[in-house]
Design a protein around this ligand. Structure first.
Ligand code: ADP
Length: 567
């Protein structure tokens, strides 16, 4: 619905609906022999082509129709990145059903909550997620059909799911004679829930139109720069924000697709990258440490791998430099949200940056980048006053665009917006040229003496220390300053570092009053289901009443002075 002005004269172009089925039709018609490669649960590698994928997607569409599912019905998936999940990506929305990808790493209560909230009628699942599917079967009255994505020989003998269907039998019994229906492009295509680090997950419901425009935008050179000459390996899971749109963008461009399944360890990823000639990959920062360690320990290099997109949380500078300077892989930083399908900003450098000193170019690469054409941005303070784009002033980021949601599933239309803009919950600066730098999520921000400390910046610098494997900076309540930063560190195995080493390393690299009051060493840091640090858990772990007093916190006078210097 819109209240846009209506012109008395319309353009005379065909009003063809933008539908997801056109992507797999295109991939089959023009790139039918291009490979789709999948790592399966048993570690083996499966190869087939876009033509095979299209044929089986048509069979799946027929089979789902045979269950009595009709346009608008939700079909849930619990799946790894593999070819059967890809077939579901095309068959479900292509036939007018809604693809509800559920993150199997969530707690089973949340999985059941999502399937129930989505009113999923059918659930397709990989065998590794049998337990999660059984929970849905027990708790969601709407879900009456369950399909195990496996061969007949792999069907579980005992399960709590009545009438469990085998995916391969399901397909074998269905004809591949299927015409993709035409319907309004505003029809819902996919329902992805945010991971719910606070409260219950919320559903972002995309349309065919929003997904298609997102796909066109994603392949652009200053976005993901995807072409038929690429081999794309989405490491970002297909259960997370449509795998950042990569399966659809790859089919649009006719790029070879490599789906890594459950094996995210460095050795397995490396084997696929070299074995399949991967040119481009994308994923959250945490997954890439394993790959870096593997190539370092074994003295390996890359022969085809040229670019990778890292987003979802801030990419540590050390990781960016290791890939770029040591291994020749260009790391492109990106920012987005499930609510944005998820692409928001991407950090490619422009002609105007060509002559900058390398140090300044690197500083730019560390920002989250420039909005992809289609996304508009607004920077406001807490009172709603517009702030300047000067690269220094920090404020709340709001966005607009054709692939940005206006409300969560089942909420009132437009209810997620404020004056037509979606609040992102991210705190950023924006440069005059439109490059954003995320300083924090609003819920993770550290406020000391009324001033913001960027936890991301502190972590970034700490992670440049050669003995620091991972660092997370959190705000701990403080009687005088309201909060003070504490740095939680995982040391590299075999390293012997202590608090004094870390503080000495930070000294001079960040503002004095940003210096953590304490450094705590831990074996593990809790990660959420999408690989992000759960700062709320860390805060609970370290807010023990005496977290600040126990250690050698800087003398209050020094802090006073430092705050004063800052002002
Ligand atoms: P959630 O984690 O809330 O379930 P998303 O996976 O959609 O949902 O995460 C979106 C959020 O992730 C953004 O609002 C932002 O806080 C964070 N994020 C995404 N990309 C980056 C990045 N490159 N740098 C820092 N933060 C990022």
């Amino acid at each position: 619905m819109s209240d846009y002005v209506k012109s008395p004269i319309s353009g005379r172009t065909m009003n063809r609906p933008l539908l997801i089925s056109s992507l797999i039709r295109n991939a089959d018609r023009y790139f039918g022999d291009v490979q789709v490669v999948s790592r399966l649960e048993d570690g083996s590698i499966h190869h087939y082509t876009y033509s095979d994928c299209h044929r089986r997607a048509r069979q799946l569409a027929n089979a789902l129709a045979g269950l009595g599912l009709t346009i608008g019905d939700r079909v849930a998936t619990l799946g790894w990145n593999n070819y059967r999940h890809l077939e579901a990506y095309f068959a479900i929305p292509g036939s007018g059903l809604v693809l509800n990808t559920i993150n199997p790493r969530l707690h089973v209560d949340q999985i059941a909550y999502i399937a129930d909230h989505a009113e999923a009628k059918c659930v397709l699942f990989d065998l590794a997620f049998l337990k999660q599917a059984e929970t849905i079967a027990g708790e969601c009255p709407s879900a009456t059909h369950f399909v195990a994505m496996c061969d007949p020989s792999q069907m579980p003998e005992k399960t709590g799911i009545p009438n469990l269907i085998c995916f391969e039998d399901f397909l074998a019994a269905a004809s591949d004679d299927y015409e993709w229906p035409e319907f309004d492009e505003t029809a819902a295509s996919a329902l992805c829930y945010t991971s719910g680090t606070t409260g219950n997950p919320k559903g972002a419901l995309y349309s065919h139109r929003s997904t298609m425009i997102h796909s066109y935008a994603e392949v652009m050179p200053d976005a993901f720069n995807i072409s038929s000459r690429d081999t794309i390996m989405p490491v970002v899971p297909m259960y997370h924000a449509n795998a950042w749109g990569l399966p659809y963008a790859s089919a649009l461009a006719g790029a070879k697709l490599v789906l890594p399944g459950p094996m995210m360890d460095g050795e397995s990823l490396y084997e696929l990258i070299e074995g399949e000639g991967v040119t481009f990959s994308a994923g959250v920062p945490t997954v890439w440490n394993g790959l870096l360690d593997h190539i370092k320990e074994n003295g390996l290099g890359f022969s085809t791998f040229k670019r990778m997109n890292i987003g979802g949380s801030a990419c540590p500078t050390a990781m960016m430099k290791a890939f770029r300077e040591v291994h020749g892989v260009d790391v492109i930083h990106a920012w987005g949200m499930t609510e944005m399908s998820p692409m928001g900003t991407i950090c490619t450098l422009q002609a105007r940056h060509a002559d900058l000193p390398e140090e300044d170019r690197q500083k730019l690469r560390e920002t989250q980048g420039h909005p992809v054409f289609g996304i508009d941005m607004l920077l406001l303070d807490d009172q709603g006053v517009e702030l300047p784009w000067d690269g220094k002033t920090t404020g709340n980021l709001f966005v607009k665009g054709p692939w940005v949601i206006d409300s969560y599933f089942k909420d009132a239309e437009g209810s997620a917006l404020q004056d037509g803009w979606l609040p992102t919950g991210d705190v950023v600066t924006i440069s005059p040229q439109g490059y954003i730098k995320i300083t924090d999520r609003s819920k993770d921000i550290i406020k000391s003496g009324g001033e913001w400390i960027s936890s991301i910046e502190v972590e970034n610098v700490a992670q440049l220390h050669p003995d620091v494997q991972q660092a997370a900076c959190i705000g701990i309540p403080h009687p005088k300053w309201s909060e003070r930063p504490v740095l939680v560190v995982i040391a590299r195995s075999g390293a012997t570092i202590d608090k004094a080493d870390v503080l000495a390393f930070l000294d001079g690299k960040i503002a004095k009053w940003w210096m953590p009051d304490d450094v705590r060493f831990v074996e593990t840091i809790d990660l959420g289901p999408t690989g992000k640090v759960l700062k709320n858990k860390l805060r609970d772990r370290f807010t023990d009443g005496d977290a600040i007093s126990k250690h050698n916190s800087p003398a209050p006078d020094a802090l006073e002075q430092n705050h004063a210097i800052r002002k």
